[in-house]
Design a protein around this ligand. Sequence first.
Ligand SMILES: [Zn+2]
Length: 272
Amino acid sequence: MYFFDPHIHMAARTTDDFATMAKMDCLVVGEPAFWMGYDRSGTNSFYDYFRQLTEWEPKRAANHGIQHYAWMGINAKEAEDVGFAREVIALLPEFLDRPNVLGIGEIGLHKCTKNEVTTLLGLIDLAMAREEQMLFHTPHLEDKYLGTRMILDILRADSRVDRSRVCIDHCEEHTIRPALEEGYWAGITLYPTTKATPQRAADMIEVYGPERILVNSSADWGPSDPLAVRRFMHEMRRRRHPESLIRRIVYDNPLEFFRGSRNFRFVPPEQD
Ligand SMILES: [Zn+2]
């Protein structure tokens, strides 16, 4: 069964990972701009990173038959310096027009500070002015509940937001319900240490059903697993869920969400 990994940081992964994912029938990856493990020293570093995500990574993926899409943004970890973030935001329009870019992401909160919120409002403004889709990173562990609530409050207060074109990512048991109830897509991240496991993701789907749920690996430079979506599929099969349900979550759902972006030009394998 083909699958999407709608949130993965391939720039931090080896070519062997692309090869293995392709062998395991990964068809499409979505790569949000994020923190590379160190703070950038200037806007040029962001400029080159955005070029990497829109010029080099799509080619690297295509060599393995994988379709690569990206999201442009400045992550919350580098959003504290509001003036610097503003300069990075000014770079985004040029990249948002590139053919593999789905929208603005991953953006959100990390420590939930006033400055992070200021930067986030600037990013949402840009997204709304350009009618872009948005992908939200929610904070880790002890900050997750507060940060998710803050993001949902900000979005609720903005009448321009079309919730069917927004994904609230890294949802866990205590945050997935409000994201779904308020009409957003909810991403579940399968991480070996924090976030969710394939088992916990399967539990959440058994409670909430498959509608508007995405699962992803968010694999990056840290302990993470580029085949996590496959492990989730295996767990669902082990629980004797039908193939149609599994396909809905790992293929039909991300396809529907990505189709909300004007730059998404998916070629189904059957019609290739
Ligand atoms: Zn990420």
